[in-house]
Structure formats: C-alpha cells, structure tokens
Design a protein around this ligand. Structure first.
Ligand code: F6P
Length: 547
C-alpha cells in the first residue's frame, strides 16, 4: 500500500473550490456574521474538554462542504487507515510512521513488517518508568553516592524541541529535579549550562535517534571531557544514558548498553517525544504525569481516526489552513497561546510543520505547481500583542491565527486570569470586526478633536477587521490536555501533507547544509579555502584572517 499521487489541483473538488473562492472573494467575515448570527453554533467543535470555534473564518457551509469534498476526493480516509495501520507511508525512506503506536493502549495490535510493535513499546515504557522512579526517589545515585539534582538533555531538533516544549509547558507539575537542555553546537551554549552543574549530582541524557548528529555528539564529548575531570571512566555508566536506534555508536561512546533506551526507525524525530526521547519529560514530571500526556494524545488519535470529517478537529483545521494557503494566498499562520507555559509551542510546531510540509516535489516525483507548507510562528499572548499584533491587525498580509486559551489557570489567580482571558477574547473580536471610520469618528467627536486633526488621523485609526482566527479553548493545561493538543497539530500536518500530495515524513532538505558544513569545517581546520562561489570564499577568508 502507498499513498496515492493525486495532484489536488486536478480534482473536480479543487476546481469547485476555486470557483467558489472567485464567487465569495470580497465578502468579509463581518458580512457573514451579519447574514447569520448563529455562526458560532454551526462552526464549532466540542470534544473532551476542548472547544474549537472556527466561525471567525471566511467560510460558509458551502465552503466547508467543498473542502470536505476535497478531502474525500484526495482519499483522506484511506490515507488515515494507512497512517495508523503501519503502511510504509514515509516512502522515500521506506518506513512506517507510527508515533501513534507509542501512545496506543497495551491491548492494541499494530504491526510493522508483520510484527506487533506494542510489546516492545511497553517494554521501553516500563524501562522509562523504573528508571525515572529510581532517579526521582533518589534510589539511583551518582558516583559519590549522592542523589541526582539535575538532568541535562543533549539533543537537537526532534531530540530537543519536544522535551523542551513539554517540560516548559508542564513545569507546574514538576518535581525537584532541575532540567537543562543543550542543543546548539555553539560552545557557548554548552558552557553556559555546564557552569550551573555539579558533576556528582547530574544525569546526562544523550538523545539522538541516529547518534551521528554533529551537534549532539560534539556537545556530548565536551560534557564527557568536563565530567571526567571529576569522575572516572567507570562512573560514566552512572551518569550517562542514551536514547537512540544506533546501539553500536552509543556503545562506542562509552555508554553501558543497559543505559540505552531504544527507539525505532518508524518514529520520526519531530514526532518522537512520545518515545524514550521524552525521558527528560518523564524525569521532570514523573512517569504518571508523562503517561497522561500519552493518554491525551491517544484520545485525540481515536477522535481523528473515528470522527466524521465534518466533526473532526484536525481535519477541519487542516482544511481551513489549505483554504487560506492555496486560495487566499496566505503564507504564514500565527499560533498564539494565552499561557506563558506554552512559550515553546511555536518553535516546536515550526519543526513539526515546516520540516514535514516544506516540500516542493509531489508524491509522483514531479515539482508541485501550488503552494505547500505554511510558515508557522508565534509567541504567547499578551506579550505578542505588544510585539507583532500591529502587523496582524493593520498590516498588508493575511495571517490566519490560532488562539489557544484555557478556562482555568493553574495557580487559580482569578484577577490575572480574567485579565489574560479578556485579552484573548478581545483580540479575536477585534480581528474579526475591526473598527469602522464611523466608529473612529464617533470617538473623535467624543474627545472633541478638531475637524482637521480628525480627518488627518482617521485613516490610521481604522481597522478593517476581516482577519480569520480559530479559537481553541481548553478547560485546563494538564499533561493530558497538552498531549491532545500536540496530537491535534500532528494530525493537522498529516492531513495537509496528504492533500498537497507530498511526503510529510522525510526531511531531505536538511542534508545539503550538513554536507557543506562538514567540508567547510575541514577547510577551516586546515586554513585552506577551496572552491566556492565568490561570496562564500570572501566570507571564509575574512573569518580565517580575523579569527
Ligand atoms: O534536522 C534534521 C534532523 O534529522 C531532525 O529531523 C531530527 O529531529 C534531528 O535532525 C536530530 O536527529 P537525531 O535525533 O538523529 O540526532
């Protein structure tokens, strides 16, 4: 089985959508609300403790029907079955894509090459459970007999961003262990972290699926060197563990095979926090909380698998995104969580989204002639309101925005939470309705502004509104709701990739830079600049002369 190679723009559904777009183009979202004040009741989805209001979009029932027709004509149902069923849908790497198996219940049967992978998944889960319990309780000790106080995750990309995001997001649920993350090959990064550590009480997790990644291996070597100034070679077994598929390389590094947490090639790096890559999360919040994250993701998986497309949150969000990306020409989407805890959500989803869907070759091997992956960016509200919201409100670009908020705060500070959430609701209202010239003039009149001043200032103070938003309102930020939220975006990415006829689960685009960096490193080390374009040679010569 393989995903089909249907060019979406050749389908009848796409043509219908294009005609529909031509017909509705110019209609504003404000007008849609004037025509039908019950939009919110029609365009919302409620699932578990999630409420998704997508009424503030430039859509009608007809738009949704046409988008659903597109999903159907592209064969989304079959693609979902292949995704969850372990088909080799990461075709250019000949791999299944089964991060969903990592959060499936123990009774599930999910086969790769005819073998049920669930028993192995649970074996590793139990290993994570035993290990984290021992570290947290202090039973597992460092080389001088002291309990661990600090955990350092050494990894990059998918071996870093998920754990960083989740540990930050769930810090309310954290125990006494301090968690640090080293990712960049920039030596200043690792040195700034080392400075905070005591080798006797620090546990290092080297997380690298391939165990060949330059950044991770360099940082691990630097840390090992630093550690060996206090501990001995044998002490490494107590302080270093690895998460990897490459047991041979891990052993060569000096890590005891008992301290290796395996993962599988059917888990992509950017979807791997559900595997032992999430070990730092389990250590930071305890295994039970970590498991809740997986439970939440699994519940969303079940929703995605079984809900009809018109009631399916990831499907609807993906289709809306396609609508803006491919018909309105929107190039980016903002993601604004109204909680400081989710400050790393946008960087995390940048990798998940842009490494997955930043492709320009179709599944048929031919260049696509339409837009694919959207650019994702964002920061928590209200900080982002004081930074870049000006551009969303009054700039020239169309930026569909997801607002993510929570009904309940974690510390229960009502005053703060009411202020935070009043901003949350106000922003989507402002983006929808804007402020008309008449409203601005009325304000001027009230202020008694002179006619001259008023007519000069008026155009600057008008907001056109008509800016699309989705509101995702969740009861409370818990490990479980976070798991569901992440899974929701994972499946949104999948649906978009299927529709765009691209392979979402490879990442060949990161290879060229790596290759060139390796040969440039040789030139820097040998101080001989070889053949490059004139700009690169000029820069390298300047660097070598002045370093
Ligand atoms: O950025 C490329 C990439 O391959 C990511 O997909 C991956 O998450 C990251 O590098 C790290 O890879 P590894 O876990 O093998 O060190």
């Amino acid at each position: 089985m393989a995903l089909n190679t249907t060019n979406p723009t050749g389908t009848e559904a796409w043509k219908n959508l294009q005609n529909h777009y031509n017909a509705i183009h110019g209609t504003t979202i404000q007008e849609l609300f004037q025509q039908d004040n019950a939009r919110a009741e029609k365009f919302n989805l409620q699932w578990n403790d999630f409420l998704v209001d997508y009424s503030k979009n430039n859509i009608s029932q007809e738009t949704v029907s046409l988008l659903l027709e597109l999903a159907n004509s592209i064969g989304l149902k079959d693609a979902v079955a292949q995704y969850f069923g372990g088909a080799l849908i990461n075709q250019t790497e000949n791999r299944a894509v089964l991060h969903t198996a990592l959060r499936a219940p123990e009774s599930a049967v999910i086969k790769v090459d005819g073998e049920n992978v669930i028993p192995e998944v649970y074996e590793v889960k139990n290993k994570i459970k035993n290990f984290t319990n021992k570290v947290i309780s202090g039973e597992r000790k460092g080389f001088t007999g002291k309990a661990f106080t600090d955990i350092v995750n050494i990894g990059i990309g998918g071996s870093d961003l998920g754990p960083v995001m989740a540990v930050e997001a769930l810090q309310f649920y954290k125990n006494h262990l301090n968690t640090h993350f080293v990712s960049n090959v920039d030596g200043d990064h690792v040195n700034e972290i080392i400075k905070k550590l005591n080798p006797e009480t620090t546990l290092f997790l080297i997380v690298s699926k391939t165990f060949t990644t330059q950044e991770t291996l360099s940082n691990s070597e630097t840390i090992k060197e630093w550690f060996l100034k206090s501990g001995s070679q044998e002490d490494i077994a107590k302080h270093f563990v690895a998460v990897s598929t490459n047991i041979q390389k891990v052993t060569e590094f000096g890590i005891n095979p008992d301290n290796v947490f395996p993962m599988w090639d059917w888990v992509g790096g950017r979807f791997s926090l559900w595997s032992a890559v999430g070990l730092s999360i389990a250590l930071a919040i305890g295994f039970d909380n970590y498991n809740q994250l997986l439970v939440g993701a699994n519940e969303l998986d079940e929703h995605f698998k079984s809900a009809e497309f018109d009631e399916n949150i990831p499907v609807i969000l993906a289709l809306l995104s396609v609508w803006y990306n491919n018909f309105f020409g929107a190039e980016s989407e903002a993601l604004i969580p109204y909680t400081q805890y989710l400050s790393k959500l946008a960087p995390y989803l940048q990798q998940a989204t842009m490494e997955s869907n930043g492709k320009s070759v179709g599944r048929d091997g031919k260049p696509v002639d339409y837009q694919t992956g959207t650019i994702i960016w964002g920061e928590p509200g209200t900080n982002s309101q004081h930074a870049f919201f000006q551009l969303i409100h009054q700039g020239t670009k169309l930026i569909p925005t997801d607002f993510i908020g929570f009904v309940k705060p974690l510390y229960g500070n009502e005053d703060h939470h009411n202020k935070l959430m009043s901003n949350f609701f106000a922003q989507t209202e402002a983006l929808l309705n804007g402020k008309t010239p008449a409203q601005v003039q009325a304000e001027f009149d009230k202020q008694g502004l002179s006619a001259d001043k008023a007519s000069y200032l008026l155009p600057f103070k008008v907001f056109t509104g008509n800016k699309p938003t989705n509101t995702i309102l969740i009861q409370k930020l818990t490990p479980k709701s976070l798991g569901s939220l992440i899974a929701l975006y994972e499946h949104k990415i999948f649906v978009q990739g299927v529709i765009w006829n691209i392979f979402s689960f490879d990442q060949w685009g990161v290879e060229l830079g790596k290759q060139l960096a390796n040969s440039i490193l040789d030139e820097i080390n040998s101080k001989t600049v070889k053949n490059h374009d004139s700009s690169t040679s000029f820069l390298l010569n300047h660097f070598l002369k002045n370093k």
